[in-house]
Ligand binder design. Structure first.
Ligand SMILES: [Zn+2]
Length: 210
């Protein structure tokens, strides 16, 4: 018979993780939460979340903070992982919060959650995904960027070495919706597309894609 810890790990679909305990509680809205207390195993405790370098020197001797990541719901139950975090020193990325095996860097959701949101958002309107996954509208976008960065890390490099670019703003739905397309004229490829038009959209292009 599977132990409760094994069951939690199977439900979360996580590896390199030790489940320490788990408990249920009701929040103010009456929603049941399953809170799973976990930690990375001894071999995955001090890794960089950005480049996955292993066994880096610790910056904090003790655990720094407690953090909660949301996982995929189990029936109507809201699933969460709670763990202590600490920082490590990466030769490339400096002092960063150590990676956890269940989530992408800087995410408050599990990988499966981010990937599920990204997959749903390719087929459904954002408002539907937000309602179904019980997250807000903007969070759908951040889940998608993390999933995309993982599935296609080279995507961010498309913007490297851009010299001759073309920017095209096109409207659709009778001029109500705009889309901005950035083209690399040297390679004849589309390097970036975003909803909207104007300065605020192009400012997004300058932000790091992570
Ligand atoms: Zn790193």
């Amino acid at each position: 018979m599977a132990s409760a810890d094994t069951l939690c790990k199977k439900l979360l679909n996580v590896k390199h993780t030790v489940v320490k305990s788990h408990d249920f509680y009701n929040d103010a809205d009456g929603v049941i939460h399953l809170r799973i207390n976990a930690r990375p195993d001894a071999w995955h405790r001090d890794d960089c979340p950005f480049c996955n370098r292993r066994n880096l020197p610790r910056y904090d001797r003790q655990a720094k903070n407690k953090k909660v990541w949301r996982g995929l719901d189990f029936g109507g139950i809201l699933v969460e992982i709670e763990a202590s975090t600490h920082r490590v020193t990466c030769p490339e990325h400096g002092v960063v919060t150590a990676a956890v095996p269940w989530a992408y860097a800087q995410s408050s959701f599990t990988r499966d959650f981010d990937l599920t949101v990204a997959w749903l958002a390719t087929y459904l309107p954002r408002s539907v995904v937000a309602g179904y996954m019980r997250i807000d509208w903007q969070t759908v976008g951040s889940c998608m960027s993390r999933a995309l960065y993982d599935l296609e890390p080279e995507r961010a490099r498309r913007l490297n070495g851009l010299v001759n670019i073309g920017i095209d703003e096109t409207s659709y739905r009778k001029g109500h919706k705009y889309i901005t397309v950035v083209v690399n004229h040297d390679t004849n490829t589309v390097v970036w597309v975003a909803d909207g038009h104007g300065k605020s959209v192009l400012e997004q292009l300058q932000r790091p894609h992570r």
